[in-house]
Design a protein around this ligand. Structure first.
Ligand SMILES: [Fe+2]
Length: 245
């Protein structure tokens, strides 16, 4: 029987603030789905860029607070904790934005969830990791399965982790069949301990519903127990408690 509870560090379930869930009703359905799949902590990570306005920031924070209040009134509310983070599209000025508070970290920790274009060059990825660590951040690279420069490049993945990066993959990326090369690669790096977090990257109940369970099942069946516990639970808790993994 599965006794592990999960931490979802990546989703777009604050209603109406980005391309994720479009309504409070949809967000509550998706969060109930997360709870039913044994997720106990959800970090909401709306898309942000260096160009975000003060008004947009205020809106995200207000709607997040409203969402928390709605969740608290549900039957599962006391068992599901919501936290605020964001998914930052990397650009040159992001380190400065983090320092001056224009954009924010994951649950007020030192961790930041960073995304890049799929075509990002490895040199640019490495430079970004160095820039972010230089200002005291712990960068988590969102859905690393999307970056061409890391595909089938285990030595590069090790190298950016040596520079201080952490890696998140989408739980749904573990669902591909045995002929799916990308899924095979993600499974391989998972087993080798090069994945720190699974996230749903859910956008609600229509576009990419929460699918933590199948990916988490695979991790528990194929990774050594201590590693599975770290990927699915402990690393997420360490992030929330601002403990360096
Ligand atoms: Fe995302």
């Amino acid at each position: 029987m599965n006794t592990l509870s999960y931490v979802d560090i990546h989703c777009h379930l604050i209603p109406g603030v980005d391309d994720g869930s479009e309504s409070m009703k949809e967000s509550l359905s998706a969060l109930k789905e997360e709870y039913d799949q044994n997720v106990k902590h959800v970090i909401c990570t709306p898309h942000v860029t260096a160009d975000i306005t003060l008004q947009e920031v205020e809106n995200i924070k207000n709607v997040f607070s409203d969402l928390k209040q709605h969740v608290a009134k549900t039957a599962y509310g006391e068992f599901l904790e919501l936290h605020l983070g964001c998914e930052i599209m990397y650009s040159e000025s992001i380190a400065e934005c983090l320092m001056n508070g224009t954009v924010w970290t994951m649950a007020e920790s030192s961790y930041v969830l960073i995304e890049f274009l799929p075509s990002v060059a490895f040199e640019d990825l490495s430079y970004a990791v160095r820039r972010l660590t230089a200002v005291g951040c712990l960068p988590v690279l969102a859905h690393i399965e999307r970056y061409q420069c890391l595909y089938k490049q285990i030595s590069r993945i090790r190298s950016i982790q040596d520079m201080g990066a952490y890696c998140q993959v989408n739980a749904s990326s573990l669902h591909g069949n045995i002929f799916d090369q990308r899924t095979r690669f993600i499974k391989k790096i998972c087993k080798e301990g090069l994945v720190h977090f699974l996230g749903t990257d859910s956008h609600g109940m229509i576009k990419r519903r929460p699918e933590m369970d199948r990916g988490a099942d695979w991790v528990q069946r194929h990774c050594a127990t201590p590693l599975a516990e770290r990927i699915l639970c402990q690393n997420g808790l360490d992030l929330l408690n601002d403990i360096v993994i």
